[in-house]
Design a protein around this ligand. Structure first.
Ligand code: SF4
Length: 284
């Protein structure tokens, strides 16, 4: 459903969107980089409000949030669109394309979550929830205000403006944030973004909710021990208790490099554990 977007302002004949660090300046009838926000005659609209492409009752560990209410299940939903363009994206059919979706009102989603057996709350995942912002904000707020014992989790690339993040954080219990690399060139070349805003997101989120961090180790790109050590050092500078997930990559989307070497993953885990208390290997 198309609704007016938040976090934008007029800038001469363009609109400046500041939902995420791309800070797009969008001409009339053109889209922002995320391809879900469009300028139409002086108004910025988002087209994915309430549009659900995937929904499942998942184990919380699958998010991955291994240390937030372990052994429970969470109703997980996603839409379409992303503000990064990772060449190895494991969910590219919904992140890089406008996938087939079903509209579900915020009340319907919250009621479904509350009436579902064995469910602890709502997780926004699968595609990038920060550019699904208006719906995520409305449903998270509704769930937390009507049923505070339910949890809200965000599985995100962390590419969101500080203002938007701070507005949403009061309604979040847990976040898993991707830190794709500590190297800005990697973010620029492979993902179409920058690392600094993601570091800031981790820092801010850790002050407000449970945070776990995930790094996908892509063969020949960021599967080097120096990068893993830098990531672990950075996280420990915030809190050595923040869990780090080092995930194995499988060829997908534009990347056909071989799967990540398991031996390297074990060495990476050993190095990261010099700085952090909890480092888990994923997809092995
Ligand atoms: S959310 Fe980000 S990518 Fe999308 S229009 Fe706004 S600034 Fe651009």
């Amino acid at each position: 459903m198309k609704v007016e977007a938040s976090f934008y302002e007029k800038h001469k004949d363009k609109l400046h969107c500041f939902l995420c660090p791309h800070n797009c300046l969008i001409k009339n009838n053109e889209w922002g980089k995320c391809k879900v926000r469009i300028h139409e005659d002086g108004v910025l609209y988002t087209i994915n409000y309430g549009e659900i492409t995937s929904a499942a009752l998942d184990p919380i560990e699958k998010k991955p949030l291994h240390y937030y209410k372990p052994g429970t299940y969470i109703f997980s939903v996603g839409s379409f669109g992303c503000n990064l363009t990772c060449s190895f994206c494991q969910n590219y059919t919904i992140s890089q394309y406008k996938a087939k979706s079903t509209f579900i009102t915020k009340d319907n989603l919250v009621n479904t979550a509350i009436n579902m057996e064995n469910n602890i709350g709502l997780a926004f995942t699968y595609n990038e929830p920060s550019i699904w912002y208006e719906y995520v904000y409305d449903t998270a707020k509704l769930l937390k205000e009507s049923s505070p014992s339910y949890s809200v989790a965000l599985i995100s690339n962390g590419y969101i403006s500080e203002e938007a993040l701070k507005t949403l954080l009061p309604y979040l219990d847990a976040m898993n944030i991707d830190l794709k690399s500590y190297n800005n060139q990697y973010y620029k070349d492979i993902c179409g973004g920058r690392v600094t805003p993601v570091l800031k997101t981790i820092e801010l989120a850790a002050k407000s909710c449970h945070v776990e961090v995930t790094t996908l180790l892509v063969s020949g790109e960021n599967d080097n021990l120096a990068d893993i050590e830098n990531i672990a050092k950075f996280i420990s500078s915030i809190d050595a208790n923040i869990p780090l997930h080092l995930n194995r990559y499988f060829p997908n989307y534009k990347f056909d490099k071989p799967t990540t070497d398991k031996e390297l993953m074990f060495k990476g885990q050993e190095i990261a554990m010099k700085y952090l208390k909890r480092v888990k290997l994923g997809n092995i």
